[in-house]
Write a protein that binds this ligand. Structure first.
Ligand code: MN
Length: 200
């Protein structure tokens, strides 16, 4: 079965005014669809086509070398966006008490976490992502370039912000900092907590 786009749990305009409907529509129906289609093309006819995308990304070095780069970029983009949609659109404004207390030691609490996560998002030069991951049981803030995925590094993604210009340019143009500040308003903390509990 070829990969397909996961259904969005909310409408394109649900994240307004922070993330505008047009950006959501283009991001999901054009950008994400292209990553999905190109992943299917790259994996067609290989034994990997039937496997979950996470398993493929964890085994990039086992792929035929002529496929590897396409899968790394397109498969990474497919997987990263599958996650990204679930990280937004939540009803809660803050992490659960359990997650908040887990943020104390590594980041100095929720405020410290936000500060460091924003710094990662703004400090990512060019296209990429900022992440909160669980790495060998430790919470870490990381960055990836282009569509590289933490999954390929054996990490478990808990939260991410897309800082490719396509994620914010229509509304924010070059103002990435404004986009990231606004993005906090739409974070789905229930999903972050769910993934954290599952990963532990
Ligand atoms: Mn994107």
């Amino acid at each position: 079965m070829p990969y397909t786009l996961p259904k969005l749990a909310y409408s394109y305009d649900a994240l307004e005014p922070h993330i505008d409907a047009k950006t959501m529509e283009v991001h999901y129906s054009k950008h994400h669809q292209t990553y999905c289609d190109n992943t299917n093309k790259a994996l067609a006819g290989t034994e990997w086509a039937e496997k979950p995308i996470e398993e493929v990304l964890m085994n990039l070095e086992k792929l035929p070398s002529e496929k590897r780069n396409a899968v790394r970029t397109m498969g990474g983009g497919y997987c990263n966006h599958n996650l990204f949609w679930t990280f937004m659109g939540g009803p809660t404004r803050e992490p659960t008490a359990e997650l908040k207390s887990a943020l104390e030691k590594p980041f100095g609490g929720f405020d410290g976490f936000r500060e460091k996560f924003e710094a990662a998002a703004l400090g990512q030069f060019g296209s990429g992502w900022a992440w909160l991951v669980l790495d060998q049981g430790q919470l870490k803030i990381t960055q990836t370039s282009n569509q590289d995925s933490p999954v390929s590094m054996g990490q478990i993604p808990l939260l991410a912000v897309d800082v490719w210009e396509h994620a914010y340019y229509l509304k924010y143009q070059n103002r990435r900092a404004e986009y990231v500040k606004a993005w906090w308003n739409v974070v789905n903390w229930d999903e972050v907590a769910r993934r954290f509990t599952e990963a532990k």
